[in-house]
Design a protein. Structure first.
Length: 337
């Protein structure tokens, strides 16, 4: 998609109220006129492919042109996806049931797809299970993911109809995560997010973070109220955590456990598994993987062909260098622009 087409698409689907609210917030924080912020925001969209959310999260208001030019913005991320991934293969990652079939050796849990299963088959699957997870097959950001407790499924036929009607047709066993990960927050399966770029000679892991749920949330997704902390190449959390509102947390607000210094169990195995799996779909060379860590090793929760670019370059990274990941991506892919 050309830059002009990208801009037209952004304007067509833009949340103008959200944009104006963001302009006012940034103007207040930076002590600049809202009009000046708005004009600069438009310039960044044209020059760097940065949406107003990018402008906010990456703190473009205080960065130089040189610094701004190092960020993988929304527009650049979309271009990377277009260049590195085949559209015809998207469904293999984005349909969660298709993903479970393809990557069955890395899933480590039972599951059933209600689109091709009966109420009786669901009842048999539920037998003996205290709880299960139900989710849509194609939603992103943890939308629609629920836990179904035993007390809420007295009538499997009614549950079958309700889940199919709501589109929550993928039903899975609950993953029991490693006690060291559960210590930080037990309310969700907290996943290790790994982003890979597969080149002919090597699969590169370009980003590592540990994600956590918050409060009553059963998902850890950044866009569904969760938070994340960065992980170094030795598997140790080395920062505080941050949420989408750019609030920083030294310790988890629910458990009080400190993030920094935690060693992720089976980290080497998680990276090796992800690099191996990244070769299974040659048409998807740029992907984000959500890895759960259990007492016996890593397994996949899901993956997607569209890794979120915002989380990869958050305020946590800015605190270290104030530069984005675009130079790294260009070195790996051999692209100069």
């Amino acid at each position: 998609m050309s830059k002009i087409k990208y801009i037209i698409r952004c304007v067509r689907y833009m949340d103008f109220r959200g944009m104006l609210r963001t302009v006012r917030e940034i103007a207040r924080e930076s002590r600049r006129l809202p009009l000046c912020v708005f004009i600069d925001m438009i310039w960044c969209a044209l020059r760097y492919g940065a949406g107003y959310v990018d402008y906010r999260i990456f703190n473009f208001a205080r960065l130089s042109a040189k610094q701004r030019g190092t960020f993988v913005t929304r527009g650049i991320n979309n271009d990377l996806i277009r260049r590195l991934n085949n559209r015809s293969d998207y469904r293999l990652m984005d349909d969660k049931a298709e993903f479970n079939k393809l990557f069955g050796g890395y899933i480590g849990r039972g599951w059933i797809d209600l689109r091709d299963s009966s109420a009786e088959q669901l009842a048999a699957f539920l037998a003996g299970k205290r709880a299960v997870i139900a989710k849509p097959v194609s939603e992103i950001s943890g939308k629609g993911v629920i836990m179904v407790e035993q007390a809420h499924r007295k009538d499997p036929k009614e549950l079958y109809c309700r889940l199919k009607q709501s589109g929550q047709v993928l039903v899975e066993e609950v993953v029991a995560q490693h006690h060291e990960i559960s210590r930080l927050y037990p309310g969700s399966v907290n996943t290790l997010r790994l982003v890979t770029i597969a080149m002919p000679d090597e699969v590169h892991i370009v980003y590592r973070a540990m994600r956590f749920g918050v409060g009553e949330n059963v998902v850890d997704n950044f866009n569904s109220g969760g938070m994340f902390a960065l992980v170094n190449d030795s598997g140790i959390i080395y920062t505080d955590a941050i949420n989408k509102q750019t609030e920083m947390f030294h310790a988890h607000p629910t458990t009080g456990e400190v993030f920094e210094g935690t060693q992720i169990p089976f980290f080497a195995e998680a990276q090796a598994m992800t690099k191996e799996a990244a070769r299974l779909v040659p048409g998807i060379r740029y992907a984000g993987w959500d890895v759960a860590i259990t007492e016996t090793g890593p397994l996949f929760i899901e993956a997607n062909h569209n890794p979120g670019h915002d989380m990869m370059q958050s305020k946590l990274l800015l605190m270290e260098s104030e530069y984005g990941l675009l130079p790294l991506f260009r070195r790996i892919t051999g692209q100069t622009k």
